[in-house]
Design a protein around this ligand. Structure first.
Ligand SMILES: [Zn+2]
Ligand SMILES: [Zn+2]
Length: 177
């Protein structure tokens, strides 16, 4: 939805803080012996985020009524501060990831899962901001992502759903150069 500038940029302050606090608390809870497992779980969930990002963009942002309209606006007004408010994304995350995992497992596991997914989300919104507002040098990772995302915005919105990676577009046959 349309956000004020503070609303738009608050993700970039709140998410690093929440991830840092939850990460320290989770590692303390896990203890020295389980710390490698904690880091492993976190990294797996960071990788899992790239698939969630693909699925959300392809099936939710482009198909669910109301959300689709907001996303269509972003496709047209790509530099205006349209996004998901921090309280909403954090709330959804808590309800569908953190609390369920804590319920069936324990706090250390839930914190590792959440840190991985939130780090992925933070990476996603950062990359998405940069590819719309920055002018990256030409042969670079960021430039490739920017060009691919511009194809998605302006040429073919049935292609290039991944923002931070091209992996899942290749797997599901939606990659377009
Ligand atoms: Zn889109
Ligand atoms: Zn975009």
């Amino acid at each position: 939805m349309q956000l004020g500038l503070i609303g738009y940029y608050s993700d970039f302050v709140v998410y690093p803080l929440v991830i840092a606090i939850l990460g320290v608390a989770g590692l303390i809870e896990a203890g020295e012996e389980s710390a490698p497992d904690w880091v492993g779980t976190m990294l797996i969930c960071l990788g899992l985020w790239t698939l969630i990002e693909y699925v959300l963009h392809r099936f939710v942002l482009h198909h669910v009524p109301w959300i689709r309209d907001l996303h269509d606006r972003h496709h047209v007004e790509e530099r205006s501060p349209v996004g998901t408010p921090t309280w909403l994304s954090l709330g959804v995350h808590a309800l569908v990831a953190f609390l369920p995992v804590w319920t069936v497992s324990d706090f250390a596991t839930a914190s590792a899962v959440s840190c991985g997914l939130m780090l992925g989300y933070l990476w996603y919104i950062s990359v998405h901001h940069m590819i719309h507002h920055w002018h990256p040098a030409h042969p670079s990772y960021l430039y490739t992502l920017k060009r691919r995302h511009a194809v998605h915005h302006h040429i073919d919105d049935n292609a290039n759903f991944g923002v931070t990676s091209i992996f899942w577009d290749r797997i599901f046959g939606t990659a377009r150069l």
